[in-house]
Ligand binder design. Structure first.
Ligand code: GA4
Length: 335
């Protein structure tokens, strides 16, 4: 049943249904990279160039760690709304429902957003962890340890694949004790009758690129994630795989490679009958880190920087003031 007080948000949700119900075919071409393959670095860089997106297998994170967090967060989302809202509204950390960011974006989603760095953990993240059971806290902490390793390993392979001598040039930003990485758990409840009301295309999370370096996503076995291909207009559906991680290139990596590896636009559609749960680790630099093209890349490609100099703090502040679908990097491009 649709609660009347939520009608305004729902109207907006249907209003944003400007995405034409095009044929989102299931994409069979997602590059799958076996992290133990000696050729992984080349495959990863090729996938970053071609799609800004790929799947990794043989990542050494036990399935238990993933399902444990999945179950604990499902318990959280299963609570009465009034309980969940004690952990909100998001600042941007904490519990949020239907509203995304601060500029009026909405989606059929509820979520938890947590800062992952123990040093710069926000009050909201801390309260959220404390309000919940020890099992919930441990599930979050254990998962972060595992997923951060995957994130750093992939970043090191990207550096190798690009022929950069200092293979920790990206990963050291995520390993830094001041790294501004975060973890998001999105719950897309089955949307039932709303799907039909919306014209069969209810948006869970609208199109956007991630501002960080790379994002590492794991979901349950329900589809919904779509990426935009490099032609800029074809959207394809990504077949889910609950045992693997999906990696997306973020805006910061695009800048550090001077546009060589471009961030990928993605979005999530909802399902009438099945709930989707995804957990995404956003590998981010420390706030004071300068986000500039790597000198070695500029030298080897004989290029000038395409971007003005900025810190992650400046980019993040600009990003968090923008609409979800906005091309945030355009603010920092040299004209
Ligand atoms: C997209 C990637 C991450 O989920 C996120 C999002 C953030 C938020 O939910 O508060 C933003 C979005 C994301 C980019 C533009 C701004 C900020 C919502 C929004 C409209 C946590 C992030 O870092 O940027």
């Amino acid at each position: 049943m649709v609660v009347l007080s939520q009608q305004a948000t729902l109207n907006e949700l249907f209003h944003i249904n400007k995405y034409k119900p095009t044929n989102h075919h299931v994409f069979k071409g997602v590059p799958e990279v076996d992290l133990s393959d000696p050729d992984a670095k080349t495959q990863i860089v090729n996938a970053c160039i071609e799609f800004g997106f790929f799947k990794v297998i043989n990542h050494h994170v036990p399935l238990d760690l993933m399902t444990n967090l999945e179950n604990e967060t499902l318990k959280f989302f299963g609570q009465p709304q009034i309980e969940k809202e004690k952990a909100g509204p998001p600042d941007p950390f904490g519990y949020g429902s239907k509203t995304i960011g601060t500029k009026g974006d909405v989606g059929w989603v509820e979520y938890l957003l947590l800062n992952t760095n123990p040093d710069v953990v926000s009050l909201k993240s801390l309260q959220l962890l404390q309000q919940n059971t020890k099992k919930f806290r441990c599930a979050v902490e254990d998962y972060i340890v595992g997923v951060k390793e995957v994130c750093c390993e992939v970043l090191e392979l990207i550096a190798d694949g690009l022929g950069i001598k200092q293979r920790n040039v990206f990963s050291k930003m995520v390993r830094d004790e001041k790294s501004d990485s975060c973890l998001r758990v999105n719950h897309y409840a089955a949307c039932g009758e709303l799907q039909a009301l919306s014209g069969g295309n209810l948006i869970g999370f609208g199109e956007h690129t991630d501002p960080q370096i790379i994002s590492v996503l794991r979901s349950n076995n329900i589809s919904g994630l779509q990426i935009c291909l490099r032609d800029g207009s074809s959207w394809v559906s990504i077949p889910p795989d609950h045992t693997s991680f999906f990696i997306s290139v973020g805006d910061s990596l695009q800048v550090m490679t001077n546009g060589g590896l471009k961030s990928v636009k993605h979005r999530v559609m909802t399902d009438t009958n099945m709930s989707r749960l995804s957990m995404i680790y956003f590998g981010g630099p420390p706030l004071n880190e300068k986000i500039v093209p790597l000198p070695s890349i500029l030298v080897s490609k004989e290029e000038q920087s395409l971007y003005k100099e900025f810190t992650w703090r400046e980019y993040k502040n600009a990003a968090y003031k923008s609409r979800l679908s906005y091309n945030r990097l355009s603010l920092f491009e040299k004209k």
